[in-house]
Design a protein around this ligand. Structure first.
Ligand code: MSP
Length: 645
């Protein structure tokens, strides 16, 4: 493999506690499109995505659910994995920061930097929210130094911390950027980073003693490594930094990171400074995209206006969604998602332009040439030269990650092909025997234009490209490579039945159904959210052992704001159980109550206390958090230890 033809592209690794939304879908689809394009150009592509699984938020959420942080992330990282399946993402690897390969890489890098004196011990001081157990950066504080999450006043806290000597390598980084103007894209972000760097960078705190859910500092385990230091290293872990040096040296010189504009300081300042300290070359390009809003508003969980990619794909189809995201906004700019705009693109660009070109062409080949693509003597044509020109324009755009420009050029070509039909009027040529060669020329050119369009749209709309190829009578599973494409080779192919690629959406009907949906949502009463589990058999159910028990003692756990440590009596034995119900009861409410206990749950350590069972409660949850909660108690007196079935 030519060592220049390697393309290693990464998405940011996503925080697992977030619900996947269009912002996440966008970065990953953009990387996927770039990766697919490079594969078609014959590159050796390595496409990485994954999840960022450490940090205070995970620790707190796990406590609230009465499970360990590892159990929680094992469950919720699947939200992202599932989305990538639904979006037809062709990643070659999926990294989780809780995997042993990553923990090993982070600890080795940390150790190396301590040994060479680039990480040292000092004192970290910052604004801390005690109830949320988290530091709040000054630029994220609420009014009067309050916590942006819970609104309570912040306190200044100090703790021992390790620091990374970021300041030492700043001049070297500035010099690198002066010599590599494409290292941060687009230009506006490059300028932003340069002026930030010129203002100086402080040494960075890279460990915490106040947090438990993280990678321990090797040799000083009361510290865990700061999440961003841990997270950035994922790109090296997955390239084989520790376990496959050969793979690492093959990939690393070609690494490119795609990120949202909000995290460029981490990727274009902190990360390269870490790499310089490690003596490792810097990423070829960091490409920053803009932010999505929904109908003009910032998306937020609390407003309930988060664009759910699962829902959009279900309603409008996968490829229209992929096309829309990449076509709608000039890459690098912010963009607004609206379903109306999506419907507009489906009707005009997809159904009208592309769908019609396919349909009309196939119908004509069927009617005028019995479904066989004709050959013709004339090999030059306007469509052919335009196709060759589009190929160059698309290549340039793709190398600049200007997906919208690439698609615009492709659609100019599709538009030209449609116009070619109107200009050459094949239905008239078909009536005149003397025009047979001219008709062959027209039909072959249209067929080639479609074959070519399928190739060009394949990185953005892989399924649609396959469908077009199948209708054109070609092997849709054949590996598509640009260099194998030769204009004119379609002659002699036998086409298949024409099928509608994108049904037109009747805009009046659609508007009506949107109105109805809105009304239904407005009148919907606040019913408990229904999340159903998969069906189980009675035997499955019987494996859960539940018994009546009495709460005999209730204690607070100093390190936890959600958990109580309960002592329960089962009649035949006493046990300790941790339960995340502190927000709903005082110790007096609970002491003496008979409850139902799941007795055969694997013990788990929560905030340093081993919990041996789970108390049954009914609750109403919003965004995964209980808003109402009640204990399940036996309706009559019954001996402690009685089995529940
Ligand atoms: N875990 C860190 C990244 C660590 S990378 C070593 C993180 N995760 S995130 O889940 O919060 O964000 C991941 C990406 O999603 C970021 O690139 C961010 O810009 C992007 N988006 C989050 N909301 C977005 C929009 N509304 N629009 C577009 N992208 C946005 O940061």
């Amino acid at each position: 493999m030519n060592s220049d033809k390697v393309f290693y592209i990464t998405t940011p690794i996503y925080y697992v506690n977030d619900i996947p939304h269009i912002g996440h879908a966008y970065t990953t689809t953009a990387c996927d499109t770039a990766a697919r394009y490079k594969r078609m150009k014959g590159y050796d592509v390595h496409f990485l995505t994954g999840t960022d699984e450490h940090g205070q938020k995970i620790q707190t959420a796990a406590e609230a659910q009465g499970i360990s942080p590892q159990q929680l992330v094992d469950k919720i990282h699947l939200n992202f994995k599932n989305l990538w399946e639904v979006l037809n993402i062709s990643n070659d690897d999926f990294i989780r920061t809780t995997e042993p390969r990553h923990i090993k890489a982070v600890q080795e890098i940390f150790k190396k930097l301590i040994e060479q004196g680039d990480i040292y011990k000092g004192t970290y001081s910052g604004y801390y929210c005690v109830p949320c157990e988290t530091y709040v950066p000054e630029n994220a504080m609420g009014p009067n130094k309050t916590c942006p999450d819970c609104g309570r006043p912040l306190t200044v806290m100090e703790e021992e911390s390790y620091f990374f000597k970021a300041s030492k390598y700043v001049p070297e980084l500035i010099k690198f950027y002066e010599e590599h103007v494409r290292a941060v894209m687009p230009k506006i972000r490059y300028n932003e980073i340069m002026s930030f760097l010129k203002g100086g960078v402080k040494d960075q705190s890279v460990s915490r003693t106040s947090l438990k859910w993280g990678i321990p500092v090797p040799g000083d385990e009361k510290h865990v490594i700061y999440v961003w230091f841990d997270a950035l290293i994922n790109y090296m872990t997955a390239a084989g930094y520790i376990d496959n040096p050969e793979k690492f040296s093959h990939l690393w010189h070609h690494v490119r990171h795609m990120v949202g504009k909000d995290i460029i300081r981490f990727h274009c300042v902190i990360w390269p400074l870490m790499l310089i300290a490690l003596g490792i070359n810097l990423p070829v390009e960091v490409i920053a995209h803009g932010w999505w809003t929904y109908n003009g508003e910032k998306m937020s969980k609390s407003k309930g206006n988060v664009v759910d990619p699962f829902k959009i794909v279900k309603e409008y189809g996968l490829d229209p969604f992929r096309y829309f995201m990449l076509r709608e906004v000039p890459f690098g700019n912010d963009g607004d998602f609206s379903e109306l705009a999506l419907v507009g693109r489906i009707n005009s660009d997809l159904a009208n332009d592309l769908g019609n070109l396919l349909n009309r062409t196939l119908q004509m080949i069927k009617s005028y040439r019995e479904g066989v693509v004709p050959s013709c003597a004339e090999s030059e044509s306007e469509l052919r030269s335009m196709a060759e020109n589009v190929l160059e324009r698309v290549d340039e755009a793709m190398n600049n990650f200007a997906f919208d420009e690439a698609l615009k050029s492709i659609w100019e070509f599709i538009g030209r092909a449609n116009k070619f039909i109107d200009e050459t009027t094949p239905w008239k040529l078909a009536k005149d025997e003397t025009q047979a060669e001219k008709l062959n020329f027209v039909l072959l050119n249209l067929y080639e234009a479609l074959r070519f369009s399928a190739l060009l749209i394949a990185p953005t709309m892989p399924d649609t490209a396959k469908k077009i190829l199948a209708q054109l009578g070609l092997d849709e599973n054949e590996k598509l490579l640009y260099e194998n494409f030769k204009w004119g080779e379609g002659a002699g192919k036998i086409i298949n039945k024409a099928e509608v690629l994108f049904p037109r959406i009747d805009i009046n009907e659609w508007k009506k159904s949107q109105e109805e949906k809105k009304k239904m949502e407005e009148t919907k009463t606040e019913a408990p959210a229904l999340e159903h589990e998969a069906e189980i058999s009675i035997d499955d159910f019987k494996t859960v052992e539940m018994r009546v028990a009495k709460i005999i003692n209730v204690e607070e756990i100093p390190r936890s704001k959600k958990l109580y440590k309960l002592e329960v009596d089962l009649g035949y034995e006493k046990r300790t159980v941790c339960s995340g119900i502190k927000a709903f009861f005082t110790p007096e409410d609970l002491t003496g109550k008979n409850i139902i206990l799941v007795t055969n749950l694997k013990p788990v350590k929560l905030c340093g206390v081993e919990s041996n069972g789970m108390i049954l409660c009914a609750s109403v949850k919003k965004d995964g958090v209980s808003e109402q909660l009640t204990l399940l108690t036996p309706e009559k007196d019954i001996p402690l230890g009685s089995r529940v079935s």
